[in-house]
Structure formats: structure tokens, C-alpha cells
Design a protein. Structure first.
Length: 257
């Protein structure tokens, strides 16, 4: 049991350390216990069971109310007395199935690796979430910290009922290697830098700056007016009440209409 306890302690320490770092960088707070974490990372008070710290306490109190500790001195609180199944090995554990393999938890499912976590799917990787997704990488200076690559096919990123924010401390580069870059907005496009700005709004273009405006070209054609109405994508909207109900019950199914 000492080996299992040592690994449990190390797993909890790593989860808490990286979790605290992520929270400090505005990522979501991990729920490792003993407190529960609610919406917007609000603490919901001390919980009794269901999290990593509670499992750690139960493993430490393994002998509570057994022949070696009949008085239960090693498990005074509820988390130390909860039933616990521990699977441990000094080398490797393999769990295999020729058909389906299911892992289910009523509260949290925690996966902790001191080195790498590797997942491979021969066909698809589908992850449906009822509330939110928070990804955080501590990263290394001057190294690529996050990669998202599709060798073939399109990459789609949508916020179907709210905004998208892309922010960088340094440069932001957008490149189309073979075709076009299209920027479309229904109401307004605003580009600002150094006190100057270009605004496209209501059929008008404003070019304002505190310094010099330079326009160079072999010729200038100022005839007009003309216009181009670019099509905007439309999203499937689920019933708002159904979406709220699915989020509240953590259901993966929402009826559209």
C-alpha cells in the first residue's frame, strides 16, 4: 500500500500545482478537493467525498475499523471512511477488451500522468462537454506550446451565440499560402494602431490618423459608388429552453427547433 499511497500523493501534488498555475493565468480551477468548484470558478464550500483529496484520505485511513485499527483512529472524518477500491502495480497495468470499454464516474474522472498522456483513435475523437472547456499549457520560453494541425480538410472554429477573442502578447500572423484572406462583418470592421484607424461601417470608410496618410499607386480610380454584400454563415439554433435544460442536467442531447 505504501507504493500506491506514494503515487497517489504525487498525482494529487501535480494536479494541485499545475491547477494553481493555470488558475493564476486565468484558466479554470481544477476540482481536486476538498472544496467544490462551481460556475465561474466560485468555491462552493467543503465537500465530503468525490475528489482526489478525499480518495487520498481514504487510502491513508485504509486500516480504519479493521483488526489493526478497530477504534478507527486513522479515519476520523467521512472522507477517510468512504469505501475505496485501489488497483496498483509496481510496473504496468493493462486493461483490454475486444469490444467496448467504459469508464464512468458520478462526480469527477481524474487522469494524472507524471510525464505524457497519449490518446490515439483510429477513426474519430469526439468529446462533448456540457459547460466549458479549459486548456492550459505552462510552456517553455521561445518554444511552441500549443499545436492544432489538420493535414487535410478544413478547420472550423465557431462561437455560435457569442464572441471569439484571439490575443497575443507579441505578433499575430494570419497567412493564406495559396488563395485569399476574407474578413467579413455585418455591422463594422475597425482596424487601429498608433492612434490611427480605418473604420468600415454603414457603407462608409473612415481613414483617420494623427500623422500623414500616404496613398501610392500607378493610377487611382475614385469613381463610384458600388457595393458588395458578402454572405454570412447561419447556425442551427437549439431551443433556448432545451439548451439550458441540457446544460443543467449535463445531457449530451439537445433537440433542435
Amino acid at each position: 500500500r505504501e507504493q500506491a499511497q506514494s503515487q497517489f500523493d504525487a498525482a494529487l501534488a501535480l494536479s494541485q500545482s499545475l491547477g494553481d498555475t493555470a488558475s493564476g493565468q486565468q484558466a479554470d480551477t481544477m476540482e481536486t478537493g476538498p472544496e467544490g468548484i462551481g460556475d465561474d470558478n466560485k468555491r462552493e464550500g467543503k465537500q465530503l467525498i468525490g475528489h482526489l483529496q478525499h480518495q487520498q484520505a481514504a487510502l491513508k485511513a485504509w486500516e480504519a475499523e479493521t483488526n489493526t485499527d478497530k477504534a478507527g483512529k486513522t479515519g476520523q472524518d467521512i472522507s477517510g471512511r468512504q469505501p475505496l477500491l485501489v488497483l496498483s502495480a509496481p510496473a504496468c497495468i493493462a486493461s483490454l477488451s475486444q469490444q467496448s470499454h467504459t469508464l464512468a464516474a458520478e462526480t469527477n474522472l481524474d487522469l494524472v500522468a507524471q510525464r505524457d498522456t497519449n490518446q490515439t483513435s483510429g477513426r474519430r475523437w469526439i468529446h462533448n462537454v456540457g459547460d466549458k472547456i479549459s486548456l492550459f499549457v505552462t510552456g517553455l520560453q521561445d518554444k511552441i506550446a500549443l499545436k492544432l494541425i489538420a493535414a487535410k480538410g478544413k478547420v472550423q472554429l465557431q462561437a455560435q451565440s457569442d464572441s471569439i477573442e484571439v490575443t497575443a502578447d507579441k505578433d499575430v500572423t494570419i497567412t493564406s499560402c495559396k488563395e485569399r484572406i476574407v474578413v467579413t462583418a455585418k455591422e463594422e470592421i475597425l482596424v487601429t494602431a498608433g492612434g490611427g484607424y480605418i473604420r468600415l461601417k454603414g457603407g462608409d470608410i473612415e481613414v483617420h490618423c494623427p500623422g500623414t496618410v500616404t496613398v501610392k499607386g500607378a493610377s487611382h480610380n475614385l469613381s463610384g459608388p458600388t457595393s458588395l454584400n458578402a454572405p454570412l454563415p447561419k447556425f442551427n439554433k437549439g431551443c433556448e429552453q432545451a439548451l439550458d435544460s441540457a446544460a443543467a442536467t449535463q445531457s449530451a442531447t439537445v433537440r433542435l427547433g
